[in-house]
Unconditional design. Structure first.
Length: 343
């Protein structure tokens, strides 16, 4: 989420997220990593180590950021067999942190220039910013269709497009394709095609995808509809644009990315700001937070999120902690069905 993809795009590179979302390679990862570590980290490392993920296998360089402790230590081990470049992400969002993050973005640009023997001009960067902003605007238009009540599509269908867009290597095609899809959904909605009225759920917490889509299914199989995602695969990574007209384009990129409200930030006011807006705009009836086992920053922050949702927004909240196995699907269904019934 913090990776400034515009810099890589400016040199003509394709970028793709290597967050793996399956438990397939976790046993291999646990030969090097502790068992009581976040499954996302173990899965990513396992896919890199076993070459079972074509994106890892064909990548020229893996870029990591110092988000949580688990990831940054895992990248050290990955660096033994992959070409890894680490960006020093500050864990605060003040003026000094911004200075550091801007320096890191420029250091990354210089690394790419040297490593691939290219020159990245400010004009190239501005072009990439424009393309990525257009993609963000289109994806934002897409998730805003869920402001309709009843919802026009299922939250799982919405998720598949948002998540799928991260694997679209030609970023300039996203805006056109997604805008056409939005026009189609809006036209069908106007003609009366929509879901029946259901309790409206916001999902927050750790990244979702692959194995953890079981949480979305548990909501929608038990009578709810997920109308918005405040996590890394949803609004968090699309909500803000880079200022295209800024005099210093690197400063503008640094400001946009550092402002993301992830639980690795201390304090983390931007997460609450975004969540509050989404709850109001999407007429949310209840908030479900999914945390991964051993994800300390998100698990610690659940107390503050529960308090915010219950006391400031006056709606119910539930937290489910899970991993990448399917062993807890029955339990998830039972708990989430009871939560939706209560709504």
């Amino acid at each position: 989420t913090y990776f400034p993809k515009e810099i890589a795009m400016a040199m003509g590179a394709s970028t793709v997220s290597l967050c793996s979302t399956s438990d397939e390679t976790i046993p291999e990862a646990e030969k090097d990593l502790p068992k009581n570590l976040c499954p996302l980290i173990k899965s990513s490392y396992g896919f890199a180590k076993t070459d079972k993920c074509p994106f890892f296998y064909f990548s020229d360089v893996v870029v990591g950021e110092t988000t949580c402790d688990g990831k940054k230590k895992m990248y050290e081990l990955m660096g033994e067999f992959k070409d890894v470049f680490i960006m020093e992400l500050p864990n605060t969002q003040g003026p000094e942190a911004l200075k550091l993050w801007k320096k890191e973005i420029i250091r990354f640009k210089e690394y790419l220039e040297k490593r691939f023997e290219v020159t990245i001009t400010d004009e190239d960067v501005r072009k990439a910013v424009k393309i990525e902003n257009e993609a963000r605007k289109a994806l934002k238009r897409l998730y805003e269709v869920m402001q309709h009540d009843p919802a026009p599509i299922s939250g799982h269908d919405l998720f598949k497009v948002l998540y799928g867009s991260t694997f679209k290597l030609n970023r300039s095609e996203i805006a056109g394709e997604v805008n056409a899809l939005v026009d189609k959904i809006e036209a069908e909605y106007a003609s009366g095609k929509m879901l029946e009225k259901k309790p409206r759920i916001l999902i927050t917490g750790c990244p979702i995808g692959g194995a953890t889509e079981k949480v979305i299914r548990a909501v929608e199989d038990n009578g709810g509809v997920v109308v918005t995602y405040e996590n890394c695969t949803g609004a968090k990574s699309i909500d803000r644009l880079v200022d295209e007209n800024a005099e210093d384009i690197y400063q503008a990129i640094a400001e946009r990315y550092l402002a993301i409200g992830c639980s690795v930030m201390t304090p983390n006011p931007n997460r609450f700001d975004l969540m509050g807006r989404l709850i109001d705009e999407y007429q949310v009836d209840g908030v479900l937070e999914m945390t991964l086992q051993a994800c300390h920053t998100y698990n610690v922050e659940t107390r503050a999120i529960r308090k915010f949702v219950n006391e400031e927004k006056g709606i119910p909240y539930i937290n489910v902690e899970t991993d990448y196995s399917q062993a807890d699907v029955g339990q998830l269904n039972t708990r989430i069905a009871a939560f939706i019934e209560m709504l």
